[in-house]
Design a protein around this ligand. Structure first.
Ligand SMILES: Cc1cc2nc3c(=O)[nH]c(=O)nc-3n(C[C@H](O)[C@H](O)[C@H](O)COP(=O)(O)O)c2cc1C
Length: 191
């Protein structure tokens, strides 16, 4: 059974480019062939600003949206976050979704596909890495950066990659597989 990789689109605004970038990456990862790829769109969960009465570590969720989100996060062996950069940070929807659950994230690796202007979303990734480590998520050194994303998405729908981006995606997926396999016993899974 291949390990499960959830590819999570974290921007939710109308007209967002995130899904175009995510669709490309999902297809690329399927061709890579080592993971069971599951597309996850944060917009489908419509998470409000954190509204649980208990600390997430207790897993005493009262809201249906939290239970649905917790099940999705728990399902994965690894994550790729497809994130834009908003004011040198990830969008608040991303931080909000990270905060909602805790144990479900633990002992899993994560890669970042970031996009934006000249920075390629790199500053957002660096900020997010700090938060994910508190959730015991291991962020990958290897990452995918997409500068000037608007020019690379045709009609807001179809993302066209290039050799450099493809190379970084392969390097990130290879590392993710190594970490997801190595951390499996910590998640109570046979290696
Ligand atoms: C509120 C806001 C802040 C932004 N700040 C940045 C930024 O700091 N750096 C950057 O490269 N692009 C920035 N952008 C441009 C985004 O990278 C670009 O709009 C991208 O398409 C956003 O992702 P999305 O379409 O999935 O929402 C910003 C966009 C928004 C809406």
């Amino acid at each position: 059974m291949p390990l499960q990789l959830n590819v999570i689109t974290v921007s939710t605004r109308p007209g967002r480019l995130g899904p175009a970038v995510a669709r490309w990456f999902e297809q690329f990862a399927r061709t890579h062939g080592k993971f069971d790829i599951r597309p996850v769109d944060l917009a489908d969960f419509a998470l409000p600003v954190y509204d649980e009465p208990n600390h997430p570590v207790l897993q005493k969720y009262v809201n249906a949206h939290t239970k649905k989100w917790a099940a999705s996060v728990a399902d994965a062996d690894a994550y790729v976050f497809v994130t834009p950069e908003y004011n040198f940070n990830p969008p608040p929807t991303f931080y909000n979704a990270l905060n909602y659950v805790y144990k479900e994230w633990n002992y899993k690796p994560a890669g970042f596909v970031s996009y934006g202007g000249v920075s390629g979303g790199l500053r957002a990734t660096q900020m997010a890495k700090q938060l994910v480590t508190t959730l015991k998520v291991m962020p990958m050194t290897e990452g995918v950066m997409v500068p000037m994303v608007k020019q690379m998405v045709d009609e807001g729908q179809v993302f066209s990659s290039n050799e450099l981006i493809d190379k970084s995606a392969t390097a990130m997926l290879d590392e993710l597989l190594r970490w997801a396999t190595a951390l499996a016993p910590m998640r109570g899974k046979a290696p």
